[in-house]
Design a protein around this ligand. Structure first.
Ligand SMILES: Cc1cc2nc3c(=O)[nH]c(=O)nc-3n(C[C@H](O)[C@H](O)[C@H](O)COP(=O)(O)O)c2cc1C
Length: 300
């Protein structure tokens, strides 16, 4: 098929690059001209991270402060489809993802163009997706599909293993005891199934109900407990970010935020989930269904 596709993303560890490679393989096999662009930052973030560098980016994530990108050079001025890869940082679009959305080069090509977003995360991506969806809408893009790949291990396990990965630099098994962090190799390979679905639609230029088809393939799964934890955490993160930004010496407060996250995960989360299961969830099924639906859909 004679179609031009741009796949644009940032990736620190290479995980998103592997996902994009897997996802775009069927499009390439179908004859589409796929231009893959891994954006570079003028001042890249460190990887592996140190503890202080890691937490220090939180306020800029929450306030969506972009960072300068090395100018993006594209082969074409117009594409039949744009694939935007992104990852959340501190529940918001990562600073590099947000910077792509803000860049004049991206804004110039995304208007009136079908876009498929593909997110990869530990397991908390809902707010990042909602923000990206809104920004794409503001730029005049036509969001036609979304895919969300996550670490499927239980929350506490993926929390431990992602720190091993982020601070150690290797996507391997912590202590040879824990599972590998991040999106599993199987799920990365499986992204090609969603790519094949998108390739068939691209050939026909028919984007109607693509998201319904992707949902039937389980391209996005919203888990109620994680949705509850994430949506509860959002206003608290905003308060922390404001508070830290107003301190002359933010260092000690970033350490306090780190401990807040630990307490929230190991103590706050079980209490919240138990109280919710007893007193709120049984009486809010309609509300929760609507809330879930919001994160499954491309048009909200
Ligand atoms: C600073 C930072 C914050 C992160 N915050 C979140 C988060 O809020 N939710 C989540 O599910 N994953 C989070 N992650 C994991 C990333 O979304 C991503 O899966 C991982 O960094 C690998 O991405 P890469 O392709 O850029 O290497 C965070 C990672 C970093 C580095």
């Amino acid at each position: 098929m004679d179609k031009k596709v741009l796949a644009i993303y940032y990736s620190q560890t290479g995980q998103l690059r592997h996902i994009i490679d897997s996802f775009t393989a069927p499009l390439i096999a179908a004859g589409a001209r796929v231009e893959k662009v891994q954006v570079q930052l003028v001042n890249d973030f460190p990887f592996p991270w140190t503890g202080s560098d890691f937490y220090a980016v939180m306020p800029d994530c929450v306030f969506e402060v972009p960072t300068p990108l090395v100018p993006i050079k594209l082969e074409h001025q117009q594409y039949d489809l744009i694939i935007l890869g992104y990852q959340p940082w501190f529940l918001w679009p990562s600073i590099p993802s947000n910077s792509i959305l803000n860049s004049p080069e991206f804004k110039a090509i995304v208007k009136d163009t079908p876009v498929v977003t593909i997110g990869e995360a530990r397991n908390m991506w809902l707010n990042a997706y909602a923000r990206i969806r809104q920004k794409l809408k503001d730029s005049g893009a036509k969001l036609v599909g979304n895919i969300a790949l996550v670490d499927k291990h239980v929350n506490v396990v993926s929390f431990v293993t992602i720190f091993h990965w982020m601070f150690g630099g290797k996507k391997d098994r912590y202590l040879n005891l824990f599972p590998k962090p991040g999106v599993s190799d199987e799920d990365i390979a499986h992204a090609s199934v969603y790519g094949a679905t998108v390739a068939a639609r691209l050939a026909e230029n028919n984007w109607e109900n693509l998201q319904t088809e992707l949902l039937s393939q389980k391209a996005v799964i919203v888990k109620y407990p994680l949705m509850l934890l994430e949506t509860t955490a959002i206003p608290t993160y905003v308060k922390w970010a404001k508070f830290i930004n107003n301190r002359a010496n933010p260092g000690p407060w970033l350490v306090a935020f780190k401990y807040y996250i630990y307490v929230a995960l190991f103590l706050g989360a079980p209490v919240l989930l138990t109280l919710d299961a007893l007193f709120i969830k049984p009486f809010s099924s309609k509300k929760n269904k609507l809330k879930t639906e919001n994160f499954l859909q491309v048009n909200q």
